[in-house]
Design a protein around this ligand. Structure first.
Ligand code: HEC
Ligand code: HEC
Ligand code: HEC
Ligand code: HEC
Length: 155
């Protein structure tokens, strides 16, 4: 019993040290949930993105959403080894164009070209995974429809 509680104390101290270290070297902080606002005018409302839930409860690895283009070859390398406290870039830093392109304007454009637009990249990521997940698990828990993610504007 004693040994065990000592171990637990040691673990807590160890973890606290890690967190402090991460804080000192913090590249970027992230809230448990937040509104995903691009730096542009929005037509639609947006729900909070539950970052922590996705990562912890739904057990989704960082690399499913975060990537870089290290070698500049126009392809994305997933950041599977990303840790809390590492520097992380916002989607908008690379998927720079504001809003969403679709319909006539997007005619003839390939996917990566459309993904230069912030909302196209975000939709491909969020909705893409949700669709696959729902299909695979025969469920609808992961929101797929516009309204579920963009509820009617408040007042
Ligand atoms: C399901 C997708 C998803 C997963 C999984 C995920 N993230 Fe994120 N993360 C995001 C999105 C989306 C943002 C918001 C980016 C933006 O504002 O452009 C974000 C933001 C962040 C930010 C803040 C960036 C900033 O400048 O505001 C950090 C830090 C971060 N994530 C780290 C991590 C780490 C570390 C992991 C894994 C332990 C992880 N994320 C897992 C999607 C995800
Ligand atoms: C450092 C630059 C950079 C950042 C930051 C970035 N991306 Fe990308 N992303 C790229 C590049 C380059 C590609 C490859 C070209 C393409 O397929 O669109 C890409 C591809 C994608 C793809 C296509 C599938 C894949 O993984 O190749 C999606 C979806 C995507 N990004 C969403 C996001 C989201 C969501 C964020 C923020 C959480 C984000 N990106 C942050 C550069 C970036
Ligand atoms: C790699 C897969 C994946 C990605 C990427 C992803 N999600 Fe999810 N998301 C899920 C799964 C799985 C669930 C449902 C889990 C459950 O309820 O059991 C979910 C649930 C949700 C929910 C409802 C429950 C909650 O936690 O709020 C919202 C809203 C949501 N996601 C928004 C987003 C947004 C916005 C993005 C993109 C920024 C995103 N998701 C990216 C897998 C993903
Ligand atoms: C899984 C959640 C999700 C679903 C489903 C979804 N979106 Fe989005 N959408 C987002 C996120 C996250 C952003 C990026 C945040 C932002 O800047 O608004 C976004 C951005 C946008 C934007 C650009 C920003 C703005 O408000 O003008 C438009 C337009 C948009 N979505 C329309 C739609 C439409 C239409 C549908 C249905 C066909 C849809 N979305 C479905 C999550 C979702």
């Amino acid at each position: 019993m004693k040994k065990r509680s000592l171990l637990i104390v040691a673990l807590i101290v160890g973890m606290a040290t890690l967190f402090v270290a991460a804080g000192i070297y913090a590249g970027t902080e992230v809230k448990d949930e937040f509104e995903m606002k691009g730096d542009y005018k929005h037509k639609k409302s947006i729900v909070n993105f539950t970052h922590k839930k996705h990562n912890v409860d739904y057990k989704i690895g960082c690399g499913e959403c975060h990537h870089v283009d290290k070698d500049g070859d126009g392809k994305a390398e997933p950041l599977n080894d990303l840790k809390m406290g590492d520097a992380v870039q916002k989607c908008m830093e690379c998927h720079k164009k504001p809003g969403e392109i679709k319909g006539k304007k997007a005619k003839g454009m390939k996917k990566p070209q459309k993904r230069e637009y912030h909302a196209n990249a975000v939709h491909d990521n969020c909705v893409g995974c949700h669709k696959d997940y729902n299909k695979k698990n025969k469920t609808k828990v992961a929101p797929q429809t516009c309204k579920k993610c963009h509820p009617k504007k408040k007042k």
